[in-house]
Design a protein around this ligand. Structure first.
Ligand code: PDD
Length: 286
């Protein structure tokens, strides 16, 4: 059965869901996105994703084509139409399709934004990778300087995943000026003694919605959190490590550049935080 996709105000079978070849998302990667997870047919942290989306749009002088209440309705309607129990909703907004290819932004009064949403069914909570943990390599961070804006320029992260695959591992951590920024599509953490260490917020990383929730839960559980830069060497000497994102929640990392962390199995802090995150997020899902 084909999925129902939302495109510019219409719910359409995926075969009929189309955007213009002049769309600036296609020509210039001139667009932003969000990925919101769904558990038990409900949205996790929708308010956080909506807030970050508004910020991404405003940083790029883009106008939201719908308000955030309408956006919640569209998310819910897609869950219903596609009978989605567990997985993600992908949302993309671009600066629309101008009449020609032009580097200059079109007038938003004349060229409306393009908005597309679709569902992706996937088992997220009961992930086999969460039981074994994942392996990562460090690679140079060659992305642009505004990683705090969630744009669709994902070629380098995609190349990073391919480098990881070629090295026989699951993902890559990006390194800039000797310090880990984040994973290709997730935030990165190490644990040393009783401390959880993760890169501080800034333009260098995406301000993860899962990151914000997990750090809040960690502090509430009296865990010590340090938001600061760390090197890949420090990471390799850590007791444990993990990543967070809307699609992986809290995912243990058990090996960095071929060096096993601790006993090479998911660590207790990552395991506990995954449980807390799942429990709390289910409770507040909408
Ligand atoms: N990626 N950092 C980067 C570079 C990301 O692409 C993501 C999310 C995160 C985690 O953010 P959040 O916790 O809000 O999902 C951090 C999404 C899941 C993706 O591109 O599919």
């Amino acid at each position: 059965m084909s999925r129902t996709v939302y495109v510019n105000g219409e719910y359409l079978p995926e075969e009929d869901a189309k955007v213009s070849v002049f769309d600036r998302g296609f020509l210039f990667a001139d667009g932003v996105y969000e990925v919101t997870s769904v558990l038990g047919g409900k949205l996790l942290d929708f308010a956080g994703h909506a807030k970050r989306l508004e910020r991404s749009l405003s940083e790029l002088d883009m106008v939201a084509p719908v308000d955030m209440d309408a956006l919640l309705d569209i998310h819910r309607e897609l869950v219903r139409l596609n009978d989605l129990d567990e997985g993600m909703i992908y949302l993309q907004i671009t600066r629309g399709a101008d009449r020609d290819r032009d580097f200059v932004f079109p007038d938003p009064e004349k060229v409306p934004a393009t908005i597309v949403l679709f569902t992706q069914a996937k088992a997220l909570a009961d992930s086999p990778a969460a039981k074994t943990g994942i392996k990562v390599i460090g690679i140079e961070d060659l992305r642009w300087g505004r990683r705090d804006i969630k744009t669709v320029q994902l070629l380098y992260p995609s190349m990073g995943k391919m480098m990881a695959k070629a090295a026989g591992v699951d993902d890559a951590w990006l390194i800039e000026d000797g310090h880990v920024t984040e994973g290709t599509s997730n935030n990165a953490y190490i644990v040393k003694g009783a401390r959880i260490i993760t890169r501080h917020l800034g333009n260098e990383i995406l301000h993860g919605i899962t990151r914000a929730a997990v750090l809040r839960f960690a502090r509430e559980a009296q865990m010590q959190v340090e938001e600061r830069a760390f090197s890949i060497e420090e990471a390799k000497a850590a007791d444990e490590a993990f990543i967070t994102s809307a699609s992986t929640f809290v995912m243990p990392v058990v090996e960095i550049d071929g060096v096993a962390l601790g006993d090479g199995a998911p660590g207790p802090v990552a395991t506990q935080l995954r449980e807390i995150y799942l429990d709390e997020s289910r409770k507040s899902a909408v």
